[in-house]
Write a protein that binds this ligand. Structure first.
Ligand SMILES: [Cu+2]
Length: 96
């Protein structure tokens, strides 16, 4: 991939995607994004959750209600994650 220096000046918007945490689920459980996309998780539950990468690439603190956590995915791949408080809660980010 080629990133011309001039692209720094274009001011183009950063892609972003939001994942909601609600009723002990990540919604949507799988998101597919392009490299460079910022994914933001928002906890809409009334109990704390975390966003914890299976391979520890990223991880949030315990998110209280309406807390957010963001991570920008720069490298194509598949990134499974879970909630460390409720390990049965799982999700996945696929970066193209
Ligand atoms: Cu949880």
């Amino acid at each position: 991939m080629c990133l011309p220096v001039s692209s720094m000046a274009d001011g183009g918007g950063t892609n972003s995607v939001e994942v909601t945490i609600d009723n002990f689920n990540f919604a949507p459980p799988t998101v597919t994004v392009s490299a460079g996309t910022k994914v933001t998780w928002v906890n809409k539950d009334d109990v704390p959750h975390t966003v914890t990468s299976d391979d520890k690439l990223f991880g949030s603190r315990a998110l209280d209600t309406d807390d957010k956590f963001s991570f920008t995915f720069q490298t194509p791949g598949t990134y499974p994650y879970y909630c460390s408080v409720h390990p049965k809660m799982t999700g996945k980010v696929i970066v193209k």
